[in-house]
Design a protein around this ligand. Sequence first.
Ligand code: SAH
Length: 344
Amino acid sequence: MEKTDILSLTFEELKSDMASMGEKPFRAAQIYEWLHSKLVTDFDDMTNLSKKLREELQQRYALHGVKVVTVQESQIDGTRKFLFSLQDGNMIESVWMQYQHGNSVCISSQVGCRMGCRFCASTIDGLERNLTAGEMLSQIYEITRYTKERVSNVVVMGSGEPLDNYDTLLKYIHMLTDEHGLNISQRNLTVSTCGLVPRMRELAEEHLQMTLALSLHAATDEKRKELMPIANRYSLAEVMDACDFYFSRTGRRITFEYSLVGGVNDTDQDASELISLIRGMNCHVNLIPVNPVKERSYQESKHADVIRFQKKLEQNKINATIRREMGRDIDGACGQLRRRYMEG
Ligand code: SAH
């Protein structure tokens, strides 16, 4: 019989497992704390459990989080990119960033991605598989163990489309914010989507307090289709409706991500179109000068164009920031994460 993946069990699931094993309920709290707060990676380290129980756990459960393969540190800003191996030999990447307000981790939700955005490295070889909740959590745990620093913010913006792994994402959010685990506040969590409309609507109904970031990148259907195949499935009108719906259900303002590609979506006209699209919405625009990806020919916008674009939005009372690109020298920035480590 295949062992159950213990890192992917919620506290409630663990409690019912312990009950079925004839254990006291407080055992579940102890074990959950070892796994998700004290971050041990071996049943033998759970020192307040009897040897017999530890052996039973060993028999019944698999405990394999992700494993650190390499860590690269940016010489520019101290950002670190972690390459992790999974139990089945697949590899994923995560990024650790230090900000004044605390440490932030950007995690992956899938091995690869099937959304096909033209400027993104994560999608080049397509989707291999979804990550489990345990694998998503374990990226944060391993980084915490390695840096010995608390993570206060989590963004699901690494490889993968989180809403394409929807049920697992919900479980992951539940576990990440569980008081028996890392107990991270929902307000310190951001999930980024390329715009899977039905899932965005479902997520809104969960009434979570996390931030939803929408990868917009263009303000007309025509231009968006050039950059993002998903735009062929859902029109901008549908995506914007889903954003309004998310705001109406949760009261959380939407973040629009807009990667500026030189000569493609960074002109004055593009800015004007963006302004008419989102004017009056309770939102925030995050401008990202597109990051270089070897296989893609897109150029980043000139700095002066980025500033002009931002100014124009602000003149129209749209809150816009330019994302400080962390870890570019280690390919740790947006759209640069890959399934496998590339030499050179
Ligand atoms: N699938 C999700 C999350 C992963 S991508 C999504 O699409 O939102 C995280 C952000 O980085 C997205 O806004 C994505 O469009 C952007 N991105 C991808 N490649 C990029 C690149 N080369 N330069 C800048 N941003 C990029």
